[in-house]
Design a protein around this ligand. Structure first.
Ligand SMILES: [Zn+2]
Length: 802
């Protein structure tokens, strides 16, 4: 059945929940059959259950639907993980957004406990994304305009601001350098984080542009950063005749001296006068005494102690590694890698000689001696380490000297967080109530540690985390968090409905403080890396597409540069654009990177296969194969044409997005390939000799569907700290059009957000070149396009019976 567009929209929105509202003869969304769920789980683990299942409706059509599993209580997961081999049990689940029962449409997962471990892929990823510099965004669209805006902004920044703190920290004159600001200002102990993001953003921007003058300007800045950082770093190469070697990290502040060390600004002024004490290879925008202080458990206190010393070290290491990976000037790239490697080895040296792990005893006992990493990394904010595991593992993979390789991998392991990792390695949800953006980079790091060491423990942590996030924590945009925190599983709607702010003008209306943009940046990174190990599993790029199209692209103001911290989701919510520099805040930092790397996961390759992960207007150069191709489409795309410009022998795999339930067609040189495609899979054009001029045409018209919240709405806050109002319990859902979350500027109250889906047909159209849906007198635009207020989640008025 291929209904026309208007009917299709209507049809897709008529869930079983709305049966009575749909015309009697068209019970399109009455669930008739649900794919059975049978899972084998290794002894000692909680079962990995799918967050989507395939359902068949009464009319024979199929769709992926979200499931809420009822085993999410920590106690239940612990019980499950204690079951003996051979045990069998059932986990009840419900398809959300359905009114067959109070919780939804019931289904059971049959779980069997087995004596074998989860299957883990080989340490070396099966596929790699084509490098950023090998894929070019083309055309005139929101992607290219955002990219250009980001580059212009980067070039408008005063580079001396990004260098000021290094001059200051290494006792050099700051004449001619402008004091930095934001979180890199001389009075914040997080300084250096912005310089790190700045270097990453410069590197990505350089790799992603062809414009010779932009490229030259970006390169000049990259070179200056690298040259000046190396100059400072070399000041720490101090030969000590008494030791018969260079002074190393371990020589700084022997234990007795450490115990008397202070963290005040006066003390810092003393430390920075003598950078020869820092130890070989130290590079940071703040003295080496700063990271060392947390060995005596110095707390987060910007005035008297520390902020998050290793968090900033990570950003700077990442910046240097990103330069090494993305800049095609060998001299600059090698120097950046050398700086990062020397600093990585400083970290190894300090932690190897001066720290240890002791998990037993009371906190007082564990802190009896300085340097217990269990305590160091467990401190609020002070112990936040960003992606140290990630940076050090990347360095280990890139290093050629075997000893250095081993030490860098070992250093990455020093940042293990047993309290967080152990439960997750058994698929026990220890995500709940943790700080979101503190912990997501640790998972990115965990996967990189798998690549560096081959230890399966690290892989399982990453996969389990990703799966749990999908169903239990993500909003329709793909982002997570409420006030920067993960809350209880399956409570996204409670978070959204009860988190309200009072506007500056004093008006009291809901304006949720949720869905931090840094989290989406890091979740995209994790997903790209997981996809390298699972390139045939389309769930990864389905999610990458969700978070890229619906949060990252929309997180920069389209006309004047400014990026979001929290991201609008909910009722009549606006994106708080701001953060104009990488040093402004964490989201200013990740925000500077977001818009110059949209193409990072467009294509993946192995020896003989090319995966098209995203339908983006791009040119791609697969250098190893000598293959070049051009993908022409609008963005977002309902159709695309891939033309081979230089051929070669390989298989091509094209993603069939999860939302492509309406139609998906592929033609190769005008001839149809295959007949039926399964949404959320890849379709393969088998290995063949591709010739210049070969054309692949893809058609995937958008239809509408709902992305449901897992918990029904029962209360909502109308103002910050104000009373919550009771509402008739209803499902909530975001209206999706193809991959796009649609938001309406015409809905400003929860009453208006109540939609009787069955009342009107949905009309699809365009406003200029922007997709638009209309029904019940309300217009919906893609969220990425919205700059003003909009409503994303609707209250779905499901009549139970006539
Ligand atoms: Zn942030």
């Amino acid at each position: 059945m291929k209904p026309n567009l208007l009917i299709a929209g209507f049809v897709l929105l008529c869930g079983a929940a709305f049966l009575t509202g749909c015309s009697d003869s068209k019970n399109y969304k009455e669930i008739r059959k649900v794919e059975s769920v049978q899972v084998e789980t290794p002894e000692g683990t909680a079962p990995r259950l799918p967050y989507l299942v395939s359902v068949t409706y009464a009319d024979g059509s199929k769709e992926w639907r979200q499931v809420k599993w009822m085993n999410s209580a920590r106690e239940t997961e612990e019980q499950e993980s204690g079951m003996a081999v051979g045990s069998e049990y059932t986990v009840r689940g419900y398809i959300i957004g359905d009114s067959t029962e109070a919780e939804g449409y019931p289904l059971d997962a049959q779980v069997k406990v087995v004596g074998t471990a989860w299957e883990v892929p080989a340490r070396v990823p099966q596929a790699q994304p084509l490098p950023l510099g090998s894929v070019r965004l083309i055309g005139d669209n929101r992607l290219t305009s955002n990219r250009d805006l980001d580059i212009q902004n980067l070039l408008s920044l005063d580079i001396t601001q990004e260098l000021y703190n290094y001059r200051d920290t290494y006792g050099l004159s700051t004449d001619g350098y402008t004091r930095s600001n934001g979180w890199d200002s001389p009075t914040t102990k997080l300084k250096g984080h912005g310089s790190g993001h700045y270097m990453s953003a410069l590197a990505f921007a350089y790799a992603g542009t062809d414009d010779p003058s932009l490229k030259a300007a970006l390169k000049a800045n990259i070179k200056r950063m690298v040259d000046e950082l190396r100059y400072c770093q070399e000041l720490t190469f101090v030969w000590d005749p008494a030791l018969g070697r260079y002074r190393e990290a371990r020589d700084l502040a022997p234990e007795e001296e450490l115990m008397g060390m202070k963290g005040t600004w006066e003390a810092f002024d003393v430390y920075k006068k003598d950078c020869t004490k820092y130890g070989y290879g130290y590079i940071n925008a703040i003295p080496a005494q700063h990271p060392v202080l947390i060995e005596k458990y110095a707390p987060y206190n910007n005035q008297d102690w520390v902020w998050a010393p290793y968090y900033t070290i990570h950003k700077q290491l990442a910046g240097l590694i990103d330069i090494a990976c993305n800049v095609d000037d060998q001299e600059i790239a090698s120097k950046a890698l050398l700086i990062a490697k020397d600093m990585g080895l400083w970290v190894w040296n300090r932690l190897y000689y001066r720290t240890y792990v002791q998990t037993e005893g009371t906190q007082e006992e564990r802190r009896a001696r300085p340097g217990n990493r269990y305590e160091m990394w467990n401190m609020y904010i002070a112990g936040e380490v960003g992606g140290m595991q990630e940076a050090l593992s990347r360095l280990s993979v890139m290093a050629s000297d075997p000893t250095e390789k081993e030490r860098l991998a070992q250093a990455a392991g020093f940042f293990d967080a047993p309290a967080f990792y152990q439960p997750l390695s058994r698929n026990i949800d220890d995500i709940r109530t943790r700080h979101a953006n503190q912990h997501i980079p640790m998972i990115v790091g965990s996967l990189k540690q798998f690549q560096a060491t081959g230890n399966e423990f690290y892989y399982n942590i990453a996969v389990n985390f990703w799966n749990l996030v999908q169903g239990r924590y993500a909003y329709a945009m793909g982002g997570v968090g409420n006030g920067e925190m993960f809350r209880q599983p399956y409570t996204q709607m409670l978070s959204l409905n009860t988190n309200a702010q009072t506007r500056r003008n004093g008006e009291t209306s809901p304006d949720p403080n949720i869905n931090e943009t840094c989290c989406s940046y890091n979740l995209a990174k994790l997903t790209k890396d997981l996809n390298c190990y699972n390139p045939d599993d389309a769930r990864y790029m389905d999610y990458y597409e969700r978070v890229l199209y619906n949060q990252l692209v929309g997180s920069v103001h389209p006309e004047h540069y400014g990026v979001t911290y929290q991201y609008a989701v909910g009722l009549n919510a606006a994106k708080p654009f701001g953060n104009r520099t990488p040093q402004s805040t964490c989201c200013g930092g990740t925000g500077a990177e977001n818009h110059v790397k949209y193409q990072e996961a467009a294509y993946f390759v192995s020896d003989n296969t090319l995966w098209v992960g995203l339908y983006l207007p791009t040119e791609a150069n697969w250098e190893e194969k000598g293959v070049r191709l051009r993908q022409e489409c609008s963005w977002p795309a309902e159709s695309s044409v891939i033309t081979i410009e230089e051929g070669g022998r390989f298989a091509m795999k094209l993603r069939v997005p999860y939302w492509a339930t309406k139609e998906f067609k592929i033609k190769l040189n005008g001839k149809k390939v295959g007949r039926k495609y399964q949404p959320s899979s890849y379709v393969e054009i088998p290995e063949r000799e591709w010739k210049a001029g070969d054309r692949v045409e893809i058609e995937m018209p958008f239809g509408t569907h709902l992305f449901y919240g897992p918990d029904r709405m029962e209360v909502a806050a109308t103002a910050e700290g104000g009373p919550s109002t009771q509402f008739e319990p209803m499902w909530e859902g975001a209206l999706m059009y193809g991959p796009l979350v649609m938001a309406s500027p015409d809905i400003t109250t929860w009453e208006e957000a109540e939609i009787s889906i069955d009342a009107e047909e949905i009309e699809a159209g365009f406003d200029g070149n922007v997709h638009k849906l209309s029904f019940e007198g309300k217009t919906f635009y893609p969220d990425y396009y919205m700059t003003g207020r909009g409503t994303h989640y609707l209250r779905l008025n499901a009549k139970q019976s006539d």
